[in-house]
Design a protein. Structure first.
Ligand SMILES: *[C@@H]1O[C@H](CO)[C@@H](O)[C@H](O)[C@H]1NC(C)=O
Ligand SMILES: *[C@@H]1O[C@H](CO)[C@@H](O)[C@H](O)[C@H]1NC(C)=O
Ligand SMILES: *[C@@H]1O[C@H](CO)[C@@H](O)[C@H](O)[C@H]1NC(C)=O
Ligand SMILES: *[C@@H]1O[C@H](CO)[C@@H](O)[C@H](O)[C@H]1NC(C)=O
Ligand SMILES: *[C@@H]1O[C@H](CO)[C@@H](O)[C@H](O)[C@H]1NC(C)=O
Ligand SMILES: *[C@@H]1O[C@H](CO)[C@@H](O)[C@H](O)[C@H]1NC(C)=O
Ligand SMILES: *[C@@H]1O[C@H](CO)[C@@H](O)[C@H](O)[C@H]1NC(C)=O
Length: 926
């Protein structure tokens, strides 16, 4: 396309320079058409031939020519169902390595002689359903390597000896060609032929020398003459092909007499298999097969013949016959003589072979009818309505291993007793199929004659009874009992005592509601049981010990029951963990049970489990690690539940070896917490097949993802989330902390420093008390008080002074000649402690408030001393205290906060406390 387009562009460019509008538009149109055409061919090629492993499938493409651009190393090319009118050899020159060419269903009228020259390796050529008419020697003269040639459904007219060159041909199909004769050549050809198909042709006569062209075809095995209505068979017509093994004459509607003739002609051939289906062979006489007496026929198919009558002795000529198929006939009566002579017969198929007659409402099988068949191993009596099974119906079948009476109605089977099948007592039967035979009841000992039976199939009946165990008496070898689809079977603890070797037991859709209630489990002695099917029974209750002793169970089918309650944590007595006995389980099916919970230990220890099916339940959030022991799981089915979240805590182990996962149609919650792990797992798993991933796995929540595929979930949004959020929190808190710090420092810097100092002093134990520093201070305490409280100080504080204790009072001790301010500062410095006499007045006193307090604290902070003592004469609120003096009670040691007592008798105690607060305790107490 690029080349075409650039060419167009160049043309356009040049013509524009030429200013010739008309030409320009013409060129544009031409270019458009050219690119269009190119596109069309290109797109057809692109979406058409499917090439893989050297094979190209170009069928159904309306091609009218061989595509030229396929890989040159093709070995197989399918051009069937196209519109080819011929296959010119030159069109195949790009593919010289072709081994197989299929040009069936085209309109080819002629085969070109050059074809096999172009394709020297060609082995298979299929030209079926074309219009090839004349076929000459030259047309295929180079096809010496050809082994298969299919020319069915053409309108061949052979000219000369067209097949003479086909030395390697093994399969030749010239069926449905309107050939007027079976004679394909006048001289011996096709030395390698194995299979010749002449079916659906028009000849009605087989002449003596018709097959003489196969004189040298010593490998010939199969001849198909289906739908060839032969009327005349010249004696010796099969002589040239006496090595023939298989002759197929189906649908050739020859009638009894011609068939007898045919058999006569086959006498002395190597015929082994004869198929005579749909031949209108209504009656078999005791002569029909007499010609086969000298053959070693082993397989005879007589089905779909509308055969109503088999004369006694009809099969007496076939002592070597091993398989006889009589299905789909109208046989009314089978007698003792019917099968006479079939001494070697191993398999007899009578599916829908018997019908009712005028005289009897049901076909009749006489007693001892099967007695001649002493070698018979398999008897198929499917879909046959026989009235009565007598005690001699099957007598004499001394080799019978398999009896299939399925989908038949035998009146005597309704209520099977120990007499019903007694005629099989002498048969070493291993398999008995009684599916769909309208059984309603099994009496004790009904199967007691089958001591060698391994498989008993009783599906699709109407059995409605309590199984006491006696029903299976004598079945000591039985390994499989199939009883699905019955009416209402009740179990007891002895139901299976007589079948201890049981390996397979199916009871699907058969059990009565309380069938599994017996205290002692019906299955408890079945130690070899491997498959147990209890599905579709609406079972609502099973006992925990149901599977006790069933140690070899591998497959347990419990789907379509009602077991939800058993696994609820709210269940009375706790969840019923009935799987704890079957640790070797490989398959567990529990779909459609209404389950909304799986107990933590329900699946504990099932380390061999390969298939777990829990679809169509109500499971929502699954507990962590419930699946943790399932490390062999390969198939997991959880579709159609209410699962929103797929977390690694639950699913990591079971999904680690999975080959198939079905989890669609759940209301997934497409958030990082719920689905991120699952989506990542799905994206990365190449081991697990997850069908329907695009369509069935959709988000239910959140709204932004509603109804979209979970694979659309943006996993990147989650990956960025965690560090981003952390960063956000970190940075914002840093900013806030900085702001707070700045504000604190701005407004309360001194206080922080104050607290800090106190903290340091306290932790390092640098209390001022008890340290011999006292003497460097002139005063023990500087007393700050309001004017108004001076008299209180006079009365209560000053008297405490003595040699060891001196207070500094502003009025008394101010230093003469100094300004008041300087004096205060100086005195404070000389005092070890600062004592505030706190009253409302003090807080209001601007002098105290502003200057003294401020300075006092400044001093305290500077000296790093924990040296403030508060004496409250009134109760002052902490808030006011901090507003005025920048102090809080909490900032000080409790012992430095004193209240002037109301009661006189407590005054000495107050004094004592005061001295302690001033750090003079020790001395005073000594
Ligand atoms: C055919 O050739 C192509 C390259 O042209 C190669 O990739 C392919 O493997 C070959 N196929 C066979 C079957 O040899
Ligand atoms: C037949 O095939 C072989 C290879 O299998 C080849 O050597 C021989 O040339 C072919 N014969 C003809 C006539 O092309
Ligand atoms: C065939 O049946 C006829 C009677 O229907 C009998 O006379 C004849 O002997 C039988 N032939 C053979 C070979 O059994
Ligand atoms: C068959 O069952 C009946 C009782 O139902 C019993 O009397 C009889 O002996 C049984 N026959 C055999 C052959 O077991
Ligand atoms: C069961 O089979 C054994 C051999 O496998 C054979 O000896 C025995 O006779 C058979 N039993 C019956 C009842 O045919
Ligand atoms: C169970 O199977 C084993 C091995 O196949 C066999 O030896 C044993 O006899 C069987 N048990 C019963 C009760 O049939
Ligand atoms: C899936 O995997 C591919 C590479 O394996 C990656 O490019 C893509 O982003 C992944 N998609 C999601 C949804 O994880």
């Amino acid at each position: 396309m690029p080349s075409v387009c650039s060419l167009c562009a160049n043309l356009v460019f040049e013509t524009m320079h030429a200013h010739r509008c008309l030409v320009l538009s013409a060129v544009i149109i031409t270019c458009y058409l050219m690119t269009g055409l190119y596109n069309c061919v290109a797109c057809q090629k692109k979406k058409s031939c499917h090439v893989q492993d050297g094979r190209a499938d170009c069928s159904h493409l309306s091609l009218s020519a061989v595509p030229p651009n396929l890989p040159s190393n093709l070995t197989s090319l399918d051009l069937s169902h196209n519109r080819l009118l011929g296959i010119p050899p030159e069109s195949l020159t790009p593919y010289p390595g072709l081994l197989h060419l299929d040009v069936g269903f085209n309109s080819i009228t002629k085969l070109d002689g050059g074809l096999c020259q172009t394709l020297p390796l060609l082995q298979t050529l299929n030209i079926e359903h074309n219009e090839v008419h004349f076929l000459k020697k030259e047309d295929v003269s180079h096809c010496t390597n050809l082994t298969r040639l299919n020319m069915a459904r053409n309108r061949l007219k052979l000219q000369g000896e067209p097949f003479s060159a086909l030395q390697s041909l093994k399969f030749l199909d010239v069926s449905a060609n309107n050939l007027q004769s079976a004679k394909l050549s006048s001289q011996p050809v096709l030395p390698s032929l194995v299979n010749l198909n002449l079916a659906f042709n028009n000849f009605t006569t087989l002449k003596k020398d018709d097959f003489s062209f196969l004189n040298h075809s010593s490998f010939l095995q199969t001849l198909n003459l289906s739908s060839v209505s032969l009327k005349t068979l010249e004696p010796g017509c099969f002589k040239p092909i006496s090595g023939l093994h298989t002759l197929i004459m189906d649908e050739s509607k020859m009638g009894t007499l011609i068939i007898a003739k045919l058999c006569l002609e086959l006498s002395g051939t190597a015929i082994d298999t004869l198929s005579l289906r749909e031949m209108k062979l209504v009656t078999l006489t005791n002569k029909t097969f007499s010609g086969l007496q000298k053959t070693s026929l082993t397989y005879l198919d007589l089905s779909h013949n509308g055969m109503g009558k088999i004369e006694p002795g009809s099969f007496q000529w076939l002592p070597r016959l091993q398989t006889l198929i009589l299905s789909y006939n109208n046989i009314k009566h089978v007698t003792k003589e019917t099968f006479q002579g079939l001494n070697s017969l191993k398999k007899l198929k009578l599916t829908k072979a018997l019908v009712k007659s005028h005289t009897s409402s049901t076909p009749i099988i006489d007693d001892f009818s099967f007695q001649p068949l002493s070698a018979l191993e398999s008897l198929i009596l499917q879909s046959t309505a026989v009235q009565k099974l007598t005690e001699h119906t099957f007598t004499g079948l001394t080799s019978l291993k398999e009896l299939d009476m399925s989908w038949s109605s035998y009146t005597s089977l309704r209520n099977i007793s120990n007499k019903t099948l007694v005629s099989l007592a002498g048969s070493p039967l291993t398999k008995l199929n009684l599916t769909g035979t309208a059984i309603t009841n099994i009496n004790p000992g009904a199967f007691s004659v089958f001591s060698n039976l391994t498989t008993l199939v009783l599906d699709h009946n109407f059995i409605k009874q309590n199984l006491t165990g006696k029903e299976f008496e004598g079945l000591s070898q039985v390994q499989e009992i199939h009883m699905s689809y019955n009416r209402m079977i009740n179990l007891s603890s002895t139901s299976f005592v007589n079948v201890p070797s049981l390996k397979v037991l199916t009871l699907g859709k058969s059990l009565a509601a309380k069938a599994l209630n017996p205290e002692l489990s019906p299955f408890s002695r079945l130690s070899n049981l491997t498959i147990l099917d209890l599905s579709n029974n609406n079972i609502g209750n099973i006992r925990e010990n149901m599977l006790e002793g069933v140690v070899n169970l591998k497959v347990l089918k419990l789907q379509h029951n009602n077991l939800a309650r058993l696994w609820k944590s709210a269940n009375l007595g706790g969840p019923v963990l009935f799987l704890k006995w079957v640790r070797n389980l490989k398959t567990l099916l529990m779909d459609s049970n209404g389950l909304d919970e799986i107990p933590a230990d329900a699946l504990r220890g099932l380390s061999d489990l390969r298939e777990l099916s829990l679809g169509s339940n109500l499971l929502n959030s699954l507990k962590d690690s419930i699946f943790d022991d399932l490390n062999s799981l390969q198939l997991l089915f959880l579709q159609k539940n209410l699962i929103t979240t797929v977390r690694p805590e639950v699913f990591k182990t079971p999904m680690s070896n999975l080959s198939l996962l079905l989890m669609g149609k759940n209301p997934f919650d497409c958030t990082c917490e719920s689905i991120l792990w699952f989506v990542t797992w799905l994206n990365n798993t190449n081991m697990t097949n997850v069908p329907g991933l695009r369509d069935e796995y959709t988000c239910n929540t959140p709204l932004a993802y509603f109804n979209r595929s979970i694979m659309d979930f943006d996993t990147l949004s989650c990956k960025d989330m965690t560090p981003f959020r952390a960063l956000y929190i970190l940075s914002s808190s840093t900013v806030i902390m900085l702001m707070v710090t700045a504000l604190l420092v701005r407004f309360h810097g001194w206080r922080i420093q104050f607290y800090w100092n106190i903290l340091i002093n306290r932790t390092l134990g640098l209390s001022d008390a008890g340290v011999e520093e006292g003497r460097e201070f002139e005063y023990d305490a500087y007393v700050i008080h309001a004017e108004k409280d001076a008299s209180w100080v006079e009365r209560r504080i000053v008297p405490l002074e003595n040699d060891n204790c001196r207070f500094c009072l502003d009025d008394r001790d101010s230093i003469p000649g100094m300004s008041q301010l300087e004096s205060i500062v100086d005195n404070m410095r000389k005092s070890r402690k600062i004592l505030f006499v706190v009253t409302e007045t003090l807080l209001r006193d601007p002098w105290c408030r502003r200057f003294k307090a401020y300075h006092a604290l400044h001093q305290v902070i500077e000296a790093s001393r924990d040296s403030v003592v508060l004496v409250f004469l009134q109760d002052v609120h902490d808030y006011k205290l901090s507003r005025s003096l920048f102090l809080r009670r909490g900032m000080l040691r409790p012992c430095c906060i004193l209240d002037w007592p109301v009661h006189k008798e407590r005054v000495p105690a107050f004094h004592q406390k005061l001295l302690i607060a001033l750090g003079m305790t020790n001395r005073l107490q000594e």
